[in-house]
Design a binder for this molecule. Structure first.
Ligand code: SAH
Ligand code: SF4
Length: 380
């Protein structure tokens, strides 16, 4: 069998890995040993898994591979942000970004959950991509693993000494429209005997898929970020079509019910600053009214333009006034510094360039199970 047709062990749950071991005649407890090699050591070569017998190594090599998504290009920005352009086995592409903190001693890996996105938010480049499919759990976990490969962070370092310390599900795609695979991947990533990233260091960002929020909170317990971006249904529906399906009232109620949110673990409200659309002090006042009683913090994102985008970023003066108003009322509201814009790695700029335009949007979406009445694909 060729390498690409053999089963990849990455992305399987512990139970599934144990079942695979049983299927090749190994004792299920061997899965624990293997898990350690895969996710703590980051080893991809069975022959180097020295605590595993030669016989079992050979058997593993006969049936399986340990594979990351293929890195087609790796780019590092002048500000040290790093981006990987990935190519999956079916030719589809997505992107992963590492954003170091200011002191560059730690930082967040920004992971994609889909190729493209069905949601077509007007200000977002990803939403203009024709081709959409869900990423598998292997492709999601694989993104973090290849970032660790790139920085040589194997075996899993102690939490306090990691460069790749945090994860944000803020890349391409809507994670709650691919919940099953995202949840499976995050459970692998959070496992303490492997990659070992705590749920407190993981933030999942959603455009507001209300019916999935409670389940995500209960099952994963990760930090929640909401792409809010507007304070009235009118404006929000204009720039984010999902608001027609799940309007602000429902979204805010789901935030109030989000398990695990507290003053120590606040919900982040992301707010992209669009000139003349959502950036007045009246908007800021309404924003505070909306989140009243919620453990909230804000992240103001200066709009990042992309070729063909129809908005302008608010002036720095207006963004500062907006931020000051919110902070004067007792909330944290930093202005997000744009990182990696020279390599098109900033928020909302991710989009695979070499997509196959010919592909029928509807067929792709139906096949991936992600077309619905709210996101009808245009006639191909
Ligand atoms: N689909 C999820 C995860 C993507 S997160 C979500 O929307 O929440 C990426 C963040 O960047 C979101 O808050 C998104 O709204 C924001 N964003 C999208 N396009 C942007 C742009 N051009 N400039 C600044 N931020 C943008
Ligand atoms: Fe999709 Fe998020 Fe972009 Fe909207 S902002 S199109 S939900 S990736």
């Amino acid at each position: 069998m060729s390498d690409t047709t053999m089963k990849n062990l990455i992305g399987l749950s512990r139970e599934e890995l144990a079942a695979e071991m049983a299927s090749i005649g190994e004792k299920p407890f061997r899965a624990k040993q293997l898990w350690h090699w895969l996710y703590n050591r980051g080893e991809t070569d069975f022959a180097k898994m020295t605590s595993i017998s030669k016989v079992m190594q050979a058997r593993l090599a006969e049936h399986y591979v340990v594979r990351r998504p293929l890195v087609e290009r790796e780019l590092t920005s002048v500000d040290t942000t790093r981006k990987w352009l990935l190519k999956f086995e079916d030719g589809n592409e997505a992107e992963t970004v590492y954003i170091p903190d200011e002191d560059e001693q730690r930082g967040a890996v920004c992971i994609s959950s889909q190729v493209g996105c069905t949601l077509t938010c007007k200000f977002c480049h990803t939403g203009t991509q024709l081709l959409v499919r869900n990423l598998t759990s292997a492709e999601i976990v694989g993104q973090f693993m290849l970032a660790r490969d790139s920085y040589g962070e194997w075996p899993t370092p102690d939490d306090s000494t990691r460069l790749l310390s945090n994860i944000v599900m803020m890349g391409m795609g809507e994670p709650l429209y691919n919940y099953e695979n995202v949840a499976k991947a995050l459970k692998i990533i959070m496992d303490g005997e492997g990659i070992g990233i705590s749920k407190r260091r993981i933030t999942l960002s959603t455009s507001g898929v209300v019916p999935m929020m409670a389940q995500a909170g209960a099952e994963l317990g990760v930090n929640l970020a909401i792409s809010l971006h507007a304070v009235t249904d009118d404006v929000r529906s204009q720039i984010m079509p999902i608001n027609k399906k799940y309007p602000l009232k429902e979204l805010m109620a789901a935030c109030r019910d989000y398990p695990g949110a507290s003053n120590a673990r606040r919900i982040t409200f992301e707010y992209v600053m669009l000139k003349g659309i959502n950036d007045s002090l009246a908007d800021a006042r309404e924003l505070l009214r909306l989140v009243k009683g919620l453990p909230a913090k804000f992240n103001l994102i200066p709009f990042n333009p992309w070729p063909g985008s129809e908005y302008e970023c608010s002036s720095m003066k207006d963004i500062r006034a907006f931020s000051d108003f919110i902070q004067d009322n007792g909330y944290s509201a930093p202005i997000r510094k744009s990182r990696g814009s020279d390599i098109l790695a900033a928020c909302g700029q991710l989009r695979s360039e070499s997509q196959r335009q010919k592909c029928s949007r509807l067929n792709e979406r139906l096949a991936a199970g992600i077309a619905d009445e709210h996101h009808p694909a245009p006639a191909a």
